[in-house]
Design a protein around this ligand. Sequence first.
Ligand code: NAP
Length: 263
Amino acid sequence: MKITIIGAGNVGYHLSQRLVEVGHVVPQIFSRQTNKAVRISRIIRANPIDNISSLQDNSNLYIIAVKDDAITSVAEKMRKRLPGNTWVVHTSGSTPSTVLAPHFNNFGIFYPLQTFSINRMADFLNIPILVDANKELMRNKLFQLAETVSPKVHFINDEQRAKVHVNAVMVNNFTNHLYSIAEDIMRKEELPMEVLIPLIQETSKKVALYPAREMQTGPAIRGDDATIQRHLEFLNGYKNYKKVYEMMTESLKKMHNSQHPSS
Ligand SMILES: NC(=O)c1ccc[n+]([C@@H]2O[C@H](COP(=O)([O-])OP(=O)(O)OC[C@H]3O[C@@H](n4cnc5c(N)ncnc54)[C@H](OP(=O)(O)O)[C@@H]3O)[C@@H](O)[C@H]2O)c1
């Protein structure tokens, strides 16, 4: 397929390379910052463009991978260059596909569910792609396209994707924030973060194999209240983090007690 990529950030960078790697053609890649579009273009032999008005109208699909808040305005500008029946999708986990509806008749979603960073390799064989479109033909073609990119493809509609995204925030953004808290405390206390890394790794390995609830350990579910008190006293020196600890402990206890009412 001939696929134009709008956006040269984390997703645009990795997705455009994967599409070319599996045999598709990316004729153009857009970024407002020329150097970003040029950087990717050199790798995938695309034409870098820094103005939407330079878009060619002969691609089979246009993938918008810009920040969520810019999707609508970018689609509006694209419509000035492209016919209304052009196939256009965006890659956002939380934005409805229907934000494209005022501008294009054939619209959908191509959401790669992973955390992307430009300086980290993306392993597309292990990245679920969630697709949807407002028309059956496009829906099926997007599915087929996604299957060339990853073996893990799902039809997920807007409503379902919004729910998936909430949970993506839980398991990625929030756990990563907890890692950042730990990093900060360990650094301030002059302790090596590396002693916590095997624990982080084992926790994420276990969740792929067993229900997370069943793998839960720690003072909150054991009912070791004296330990919790000692932790809270230590966290008096970290007021904001103490609130997080208290909130998590309460949530953990509630979930545990609902499973084991007598404990
Ligand atoms: N990062 C992830 O892990 C991830 C995973 C799945 C889906 N997504 C979704 O993929 C999309 C892109 O995310 P990302 O992580 O690639 O973002 P990013 O690295 O922050 O890049 C965002 C891109 O948006 C462009 N942009 C921002 N405002 C714009 C505007 N007003 N007009 C035109 N372009 C504008 C930026 O363009 P310039 O280069 O011109 O500044 C940049 O290339 C988002 O919808 C996000 O929700 C992200």
